[in-house]
Design a protein around this ligand. Structure first.
Ligand code: PRP
Ligand code: URA
Length: 217
C-alpha cells in the first residue's frame, strides 16, 4: 500500500487555512499554492538518492553530495501549474512534463487533452503535482500514463485530499506514495436543491483550485 503522508508542519497548516478562506484573492491564492507546494516537496523528497561528490572550498577539500536521480515534475493542468515554479526554483535541473486532464462534469471521469511526454522516460523520479485529490480519477489516470511511459518511481504531491481519492489511488497504485497538506472529510453528493454545490467537490476543501488561481470562477 502506498504510504499517505499528511504534513503536520505549522507553516503548511497556517497557509492551507488561508487557501481555504473564501476571502483570499487569486494573487494571494497563487502565492500560497506556490509556497505550500515547495514545503510539501521539501518533505516528499527526503528520501532522494545521493552520491559522494567531494568539493574544493577556499580552504580544503570537503565531503559533498550530489543528487543521483533526475526528477520530473508532472503538473496536471490546469490547477497543478501553480505548484511548479517554486519547486523548480529549488531543483532547476528538473524536467517539467505537462499532462492536460479535466473532469467531465457529469461523469467526473478525467478527459485527457494534452500529453507531450517523449517516447522514452528521461527521468528516474516523477512528482505528480495537483492541488486537489477528489475522486482520485485524475491522479489514477496520470499514474497510468506515467507507468505506460515507463516511469519507475512516482510520488503524488497534492494539497487537499478526500478519503475517497486517497483510497482509490492507493488501491490502483499501491507503489505510489501520497503527500498532502490536509486530508478532508468527504465529497459533495449529487445536488438536491438549487444552490447546492456540484457533485464531487472536497468538503470542507477550498472550492475549485483552478478557478481560484486563474480568476475564472
Ligand atoms: C481538478 C483538480 C484535479 C481534479 C481532481 O481539476 O485540479 O485535477 O479536478 O478531481 P478528481 O480527483 O475527481 O479527478 P479540474 O478538472 O477542475 O480542471 P482544472 O484544473 O483545469 O480546473
Ligand atoms: N477539483 C477542485 O478544484 N476542487 C475540488 O474540491 C474537487 C476537484
Amino acid at each position: 500500500m502506498g504510504t499517505l503522508f499528511v504534513s503536520n508542519h505549522p507553516l503548511i497548516q497556517h497557509k492551507v487555512t488561508l487557501l481555504r478562506n473564501t476571502e483570499t484573492e487569486p494573487k494571494k491564492f497563487r502565492e500560497l499554492i506556490r509556497e505550500v507546494a515547495m514545503l510539501l516537496v521539501y518533505e516528499a523528497t527526503a528520501d532522494l538518492g545521493l552520491k559522494d561528490c567531494p568539493v574544493q572550498t577556499p580552504l580544503a577539500i570537503a565531503a559533498g553530495h550530489e543528487l543521483t536521480d533526475k526528477i520530473g515534475l508532472v503538473p496536471i493542468l490546469r490547477a497543478g501549474l501553480g505548484m511548479v515554479d517554486g519547486i523548480w526554483e529549488m531543483m532547476p535541473a528538473a524536467e517539467v512534463w505537462h499532462i492536460g486532464l479535466y473532469r467531465d462534469h457529469q461523469s467526473l471521469k478525467p478527459v485527457q487533452y494534452y500529453n507531450k511526454l517523449p517516447v522514452h522516460p528521461t527521468v528516474q523520479v516523477c512528482l505528480i503535482l495537483d492541488p486537489m485529490l477528489a475522486t482520485g480519477g485524475s491522479a489514477v489516470a496520470t499514474v497510468d500514463i506515467l507507468k505506460a511511459w515507463g516511469a519507475k518511481r512516482i510520488k503524488y504531491v497534492g494539497i487537499i485530499g478526500a478519503p475517497e481519492g486517497v483510497e482509490r489511488l492507493q488501491k490502483a497504485h499501491p507503489d505510489v506514495d501520497i503527500h498532502l497538506a490536509a486530508l478532508d472529510d468527504h465529497l459533495t453528493p449529487e445536488p438536491e436543491r438549487p444552490g447546492d454545490p456540484p457533485r464531487g467537490y472536497i468538503v470542507p476543501g477550498l472550492g475549485d483550485a483552478g478557478d481560484r488561481q486563474f480568476g475564472t470562477g
